[in-house]
Ligand binder design. Structure first.
Ligand code: SAM
Length: 247
């Protein structure tokens, strides 16, 4: 399979029968190869976020640390938009590591094996941290608090963070609300505002923009006060255009 994101970012996948047979069905690579519509939505969410970041702070993003490399959709977008001087990408899955190393990314890209539990906790300062977890929701935030405290505490220009349970928000209004210090999250705006207020109170960062497609992606930036976040939804036709796929 070949994919082109945003017109010029080429990704080449090893989807020969052998490679497909070897893949664990729970792996992100398997998911990307077998659920192209979801992959397109995921790429579009990241493009929304990083385009906004470029508009806000293009000159302030020279160094990037990315803790969950996956199949390189976000990596390719950030490479194209910012051409960072240094960009370290960590992954743990063998198939993702070799895929990331085989893409025509810049020589400045450094792909490494690394468990996010450790790499986030020991990260050096970077202008942008990309935290695209395989599973995260308000209740799971607590388990990552030491890592998030460390990253936000370094004062980066921006942090990308996701929420994989966004689509279940109607079923967990109170549970997710409680985790974000609210009685209940009644609608999408409540949910996004609750994250923004939570991170503002803890770190002085707010959600500037978010993009939703099953899961949600958030752009956190430093702020001295709360602003209404922009909320974007990924449309099916747009996602097909953003990430074009050929088998
Ligand atoms: C949601 S995907 C990232 C998608 C990526 N942003 C992209 O555009 O392709 C999450 C990735 O994290 C990897 N992963 C899972 N647990 C991890 C851990 N503890 N440390 C580092 N990577 C991990 C998975 O193998 C998966 O590829």
């Amino acid at each position: 399979m070949k994919a082109v994101i945003d017109g010029t970012i080429n990704l080449d996948f090893d989807d020969s029968a052998g490679a497909m047979g070897r893949l664990d069905k729970t792996s992100f690579m398997y998911w990307a190869l077998n659920k192209p519509a979801y992959a397109q939505g995921h790429a579009t969410r990241q493009l929304h976020i990083f385009n906004t970041l470029k508009y806000l702070y293009v000159k302030q993003v020279k160094t990037v640390e990315e803790f969950f490399g996956g199949v390189g959709m976000g990596t390719g977008i950030v490479q194209k938009l910012f051409q960072p001087e240094s960009h370290v990408v960590y992954e743990v899955a063998e198939e993702c590591l070799s895929h990331l190393r085989n893409q025509p990314f810049s020589d400045a890209l450094d792909v490494r094996y690394g468990l996010a539990e450790d790499t986030m906790l020991n990260a050096p300062y970077a202008d942008l941290y990309i935290v695209d977890m395989p599973s995260l929701n308000p209740m799971k935030l607590a388990g990552w608090m030491p890592q998030l405290d460390h990253l936000f505490g370094l004062g980066p220009t921006a942090i990308y963070l996701n929420d994989t349970s966004f689509w279940t928000r109607r079923f967990h209004k109170e549970r997710f609300g409680k985790a974000l210090n609210k009685p209940s999250l009644e609608n999408t705006r409540d949910y996004v505002m609750a994250y923004s207020e939570y991170m503002f109170d803890r770190y002085g960062y707010i959600v500037w923009t978010c993009s939703i497609h099953i899961g949600a992606s958030f752009l956190y930036v430093k702020s001295d006060k709360m602003y209404e976040p922009e909320i974007k939804s990924v449309k099916r036709d747009e996602a097909k255009m953003v990430m074009q796929i050929w088998s």
